[in-house]
Design a protein around this ligand. Structure first.
Ligand SMILES: Nc1ncnc2c1ncn2[C@@H]1O[C@H](COP(=O)(O)OP(=O)(O)OP(=O)(O)O)[C@@H](O)[C@H]1O
Ligand code: SF4
Ligand SMILES: [Mg+2]
Length: 387
């Protein structure tokens, strides 16, 4: 091979690498997160906010991320948006969006993705709305950043979006400033801003917490509409397992910065295999069911991320740790492995027979009616003493 053809081959390889890095033509899930670690060096030590997180999400599908406050839900999602200040953050692992690696991507390149292909509805509306600019101009700017249209067209789009998220008299409210909107209206304006470019991946971080139930239902419908129309992938972060049950195809449960259970929604909610997930389910009030089940809060506090517990980080709070032989729960970190019901359902727990414990001990306590019902149905959710 001549020097010139050598050079051309290398150039072709470089161009192919670049095309791969630039995205189009990728195969597989739209979002692939692999071995993501995010930590923050602070004066008190390193806050290990996210540890070894991996998951993927196909276009047109929804992933629900649940977990208590401080478990790393927002930090892991903000990493996908490239929103961490890299001077104060240590991040390793891989995040591929539409085939493009974004860990280490320059801010300029990240900006061309952010708000366009990938958008986020933030947990705190005030943090993403600028107080000095009108709501309409902020939505228009988000549209203009990714579309070559006139300002008047962009403003018309802002009115349309405000109308779609249920702001009454959108045309006359479009020039209002954020302080002139109520908290719920600000949240809806932010949703309008996130949806204005029909993102392929939408991260919705507690999108409906400040809203009343009727508006909440409208917003969830809007997200589902976006998904139907544009085949968008959605990550919905929520404390509300009802929202997860309605919206999500897959659920990922986080505890202390780690994924502790992950699987298809129906499977995970009906056959959870990790005691922390049992705790989450036990602490959800069910106002619709005529149930004699008890509401059982998870005892203790979330783990320190500066100095996490040894072994399983849930062990100081886990009522089932004595069922594991030896001192394993305290000394050895359980791996995220296949549960008892197949390869799609992963759990991080040393218990050998979590399905049995859930059916015989946990379910009768939190939802005895469900046990009775499944007895009547002859379903597989029956406590052994009732079989
Ligand atoms: N910039 C930062 N510097 C130091 N620690 C941080 C920083 N950002 C987040 N953290 C810490 O990382 C941990 C995870 O935070 P994160 O915001 O992801 O929690 P969360 O699961 O979204 O909680 P919530 O449900 O309350 O929103 C918390 O302990 C938080 O204090
Ligand atoms: S590994 Fe042990 S401490 Fe952790 S959740 Fe399972 S039983 Fe509980
Ligand atoms: Mg959060």
């Amino acid at each position: 091979m001549t020097e010139a053809s050598n050079f051309l081959t290398e150039q072709n390889a470089r161009e192919a690498d670049q095309r791969r890095a630039d995205g189009p033509g990728f195969e597989g899930p739209y979002l692939v997160v692999e071995n993501l670690h995010v930590s923050f060096p602070t004066a008190d030590g390193t806050v290990q906010a996210v540890t070894d997180m991996s998951y993927s999400l196909e276009q047109g599908k929804t992933l629900g991320i649940v977990g208590e406050s401080g478990s790393g839900k927002s930090v892991s999602s903000m990493a996908i948006m490239g929103l961490h200040d890299m001077k104060r953050t240590h991040m390793t692992g891989s995040i591929r969006v539409g085939g493009r690696e974004i860990v280490g991507l320059s801010n300029n390149k990240m900006q061309s993705l952010r708000g366009g292909e990938v958008a986020m509805i933030f947990q705190d509306p005030l943090s993403s709305l600028h107080p000095f600019y009108s709501i309409g101009s902020q939505i228009s700017e988000a549209y203009l950043a990714h579309n070559k249209v006139s300002r008047s067209k962009a403003k018309a789009k802002a009115v349309e979006m405000l109308d779609r998220v249920g702001i009454p008299q959108a045309r006359s409210r479009v020039d209002d400033y954020p302080h002139q909107f109520s908290g719920g209206m600000r949240q809806r304006a932010m949703i309008a801003m996130a949806l204005v470019n029909d993102p392929k991946l939408l991260i919705a971080d507690e999108p409906t917490t400040a809203l009343d139930v009727t508006v909440q239902a409208q917003i969830l419908d809007l997200l589902q509409e976006l998904q139907r129309d544009f085949n968008s992938a959605i990550i919905i972060i929520t404390h509300d397992l009802g929202v997860v049950a309605e919206m999500a195809d897959q659920v990922l449960v986080m505890y202390g910065g780690r994924a502790v259970e992950h699987g298809p929604t129906k499977e995970l909610l009906t056959h959870p295999e990790m005691p922390y997930t049992w705790g989450l389910l036990s602490s959800v009030p069910d106002v619709t069911a005529d149930t004699s089940g008890r509401l059982i809060p998870i005892p203790g506090n979330p783990p320190s991320l500066l100095n996490p517990p040894s072994g399983c980080s849930f062990h100081p709070r886990c009522p089932h740790r004595d069922k594991v032989p030896g001192d394993l729960c305290r000394t050895e970190l359980p791996l995220l492995v296949e549960g008892t019901r197949g390869p799609e359902h992963l759990k991080r727990c040393h218990l050998a027979n979590p399905d049995m414990i859930y059916e015989t001990e946990v379910l009768p306590e939190i939802a005895p009616d469900l046990v009775d019902l499944t007895v009547a149905d002859g379903a597989d959710h029956v406590a052994p003493e009732n079989r």
